[in-house]
Write a protein that binds this ligand. Structure first.
Ligand SMILES: [Zn+2]
Ligand SMILES: [Zn+2]
Length: 145
């Protein structure tokens, strides 16, 4: 069998997560637009396809998907958690002006530079970069606050 581009079904099967329709809609809502939505944004997207969906269910699904390793929870300061389906090692850039969050590919050779004490097992690395995105940096300084 030739490897084809992985579908959400493949990824779910591999992770061993039980495929409920709710989880599938939540996962697909994350996959269709990879802009690191909050739980509320995921809820609004998934609800468009599954009107019976509740916000509590979306939270449960997001927890289950995060635990199974299919998605990552992304946190910055005290803002609401965001969710990311990109499982390739990467950091997140947070724009302090417009709030955009985007993936920053991690150079694997740099990722091994951490001086972790011997015997320590690192299970996950979270890298947040903050600053001003390119489009905000171009704008004249017109603060909205
Ligand atoms: Zn991401
Ligand atoms: Zn920006």
């Amino acid at each position: 069998m030739k490897p084809q581009s992985e579908t959400s079904d493949d990824a779910m099967t591999r992770s061993g997560i039980r495929l409920t329709p709710q989880r599938r809609y939540v996962y697909e809502a994350l996959m269709e637009k990879r802009d690191h939505p909050t739980a509320l944004e995921v809820f609004l997207r998934a609800k468009a396809r599954m009107p019976s969906l509740s916000l509590a269910t979306v939270y449960n699904c997001l927890d289950a998907l995060t635990e199974s390793g299919l998605i990552r929870q992304v946190n910055c300061d005290r803002a609401s958690s965001r969710y990311c389906p990109n499982l390739i090692p990467h950091g997140h850039f947070f724009c302090k002006e417009c709030g955009v969050v985007f993936d920053v590919p991690l150079n694997p050779s740099l990722a091994t530079e951490w001086e972790v004490p011997q015997g320590t097992l690192v299970s996950h690395v979270e890298i947040n970069l903050r600053g001003t995105c390119a489009s905000c940096a171009q704008k004249p300084n017109t603060s909205t606050l």
